[in-house]
Design a protein around this ligand. Structure first.
Ligand code: AMP
Length: 504
């Protein structure tokens, strides 16, 4: 059997006329069209000299053609390397020098700026704009749609995705055909996807969430997706009348909740709301359930591992928990220093093992070695615990742990208490250099509009809830927490901003 992800996705296609993708401008792309378009682009890649195992880097706006480029790259046995559209030329220099792609596809407006970097690594440049037009699609228009999918082994690489790299250099996570196929097939079953599903796809496609979870799961199920260029609350609510599933980051849900149009009635036709990539506040979960009657299904994954855990389809979707490990995935919590598994309920490092876990970091064998245990578990870098029913709770990244006066403070424990206070929207707890304590626990808090809660009020309320060493030394109020495009709070930026807070 050809283990190429493209073959696994499409070889058994029964109905080429089945709708795969709809676009906002009325475009309707069937499965048959999608395969033919991927054939044309694969022929263009071949003509440009791309060989099996070569990297095809793409910094392109979201479009059907950009998704087709991903499928075509995988189909011809090359390795797809999507790049965040926000990256600057300076950042792209690092990624392209590291990955040495043989082809780079970029927005027409970036072509000149990228020419020198592409020349340095010997990459050919093609263009593809947000409207799906460019030299790549011009060439595809006259290329043949027929293409024999290249045979690949399960362990061969299908994609490299760079991690967001909030500390140190960003690393290229190498994902195999098996990694991607196995995880998507597990999710299709777990989330009960069928060919009747219609997904509202409003995520970017340079990240694992929008590219692999949303797109691959839809395509494996022969479902269809409505491709939106970006998040738009009113548009999404309007589409709910004829869609069945939404996948989003937590900020999608908080923003949708701000719309008076979000009601039991408007969400009625939908069967599933999925959240991931950052923690969904338990409050948001409850508010969503109260307003719509739907329990958001929260799952947990990362670039390196695809999805690891998910709340159940049937059964309890616990607010604040990311659910049990997915079928075929093993998750454990260990004492980070000794690497010894901890009893249920104790907090430590979350480690995972399974067919979903990546092949290592591109050209960083030492980094790869350091992140895997001898028994094959990957050290996620996330701190958490697993309860008696196997539900996993995430307490934050290991690097965000605050060590104050020799005690460990897990930010999430303090954040949950602060978030529960009246007048508080959300909070981020960070460690800031402190002469006596090493780090001082510091809370950065967003208030409800017009709420009068102040520093003394927060500290007073926390006093009976938290041990003294966990108490924030300072509470700072801000309008918004800094977030990246996937909705993750950028604690590194907060630590920089408040670095001098306790300086004498
Ligand atoms: P990325 O590689 O960009 O997908 O980021 C992965 C990281 O996002 C994980 O290691 C977690 O720290 C975080 N993450 C993903 N999903 C969740 C979730 N449901 N709850 C809390 N954190 C999450």
């Amino acid at each position: 059997m050809n283990a190429n992800l493209f073959s696994r996705l499409f070889d058994g296609l029964a109905d080429p006329a089945k709708l795969a993708i709809e676009t906002e401008d009325g475009g309707r792309i069937s499965y048959g069209d999608l395969i033919a378009r991927a054939g044309r682009i694969a022929n263009v890649l071949l003509a440009r000299g791309v060989k099996i195992g070569d990297r095809v880097a793409a910094q392109t706006e979201k479009s059907v053609e950009a998704l087709v480029l991903y499928l075509a790259t995988v189909r011809m046995g090359a390795v797809y390397l999507p790049l965040n559209t926000a990256y600057t030329l300076n950042e792209l220099d690092y990624f392209l020098t590291d990955a040495e792609p043989s082809l780079l596809v970029c927005d027409p407006a970036r072509r000149d700026g990228l020419a020198a970097i592409a020349a340095k690594v010997g990459a050919t440049v093609e263009t593809l704009g947000a409207d799906g037009q460019g030299s790549l699609t011009d060439a595809a228009a006259t290329a043949s749609p027929g293409f024999e999918t290249v045979a690949r082994a399960g362990d061969d690489l299908a994609a490299i995705l760079y991690t967001s790299g909030t500390t140190g250099r960003s690393k290229g996570a190498m994902l195999s055909h098996d990694n991607l196929a196995s995880n998507s097939l597990t999710l299709v079953k777990h989330w009960r996807f069928t060919d009747q599903d219609v997904l509202i796809h409003a995520l970017p496609i340079y990240h694992t969430h929008g590219l692999f979870v949303a797109s691959n799961v839809t395509l494996f199920a022969r479902a269809s997706m409505i491709f939106l260029p970006k998040f738009d609350a009113e548009r999404i609510i309007a589409l709910m009348s004829r869609a069945t599933v939404l996948m989003g980051v937590p900020t999608f849900y908080t923003r949708l909740l701000q719309s008076p149009l979000l009601t039991r009635q408007t969400t009625g036709p939908m069967r599933l709301f999925i959240s991931g990539s950052a923690p969904l506040l338990a409050d948001t979960h409850r508010e969503w359930a109260a307003r719509t009657g739907h329990a958001v299904l929260e799952r947990y994954g990362m670039t390196e591992t695809n999805m690891n855990t998910s709340n159940p389809y049937d059964g309890v979707r616990l607010p604040g928990s990311v659910g049990p490990a997915l079928p075929g995935v093993d998750a454990r919590v260990v004492d980070a220093e000794r690497g010894v598994e901890l009893p249920r309920g104790e907090i430590g490092m979350i480690e995972v093992k399974g067919p979903n876990v990546f092949k290592g970091y591109w050209r960083m064998p030492e980094k790869t070695n350091a992140e895997f245990r001898h028994d094959g578990y990957f050290i996620t870098g996330d701190l958490g615990k697993i309860d008696d029913n196997g539900y996993v709770y995430i307490l934050g990244r290991g690097k965000d742990l605050v060590i104050t006066g020799g005690f460990n403070v897990y930010p999430k424990e303090v954040e949950s208490e602060i978030d529960a206070l009246p007048g508080v929207v959300e909070s981020a707890v960070i460690g800031v250099p402190h002469a006596d304590l090493g780090e001082g626990v510091t809370a950065v808090v967003v208030r409800d509009k017009g709420a009068s809660v102040d520093e003394a009020g927060v500290l007073n309320a926390l006093q009976c809830q938290l041990a003294k060493f966990k108490m924030p030394k300072r509470v700072i109020f801000v309008d918004d927490l800094p977030r990246n495009t996937m909705g993750k709070v950028q604690k590194n930026l907060l630590r920089e901003t408040y670095a001098g807070l306790y300086a004498k």
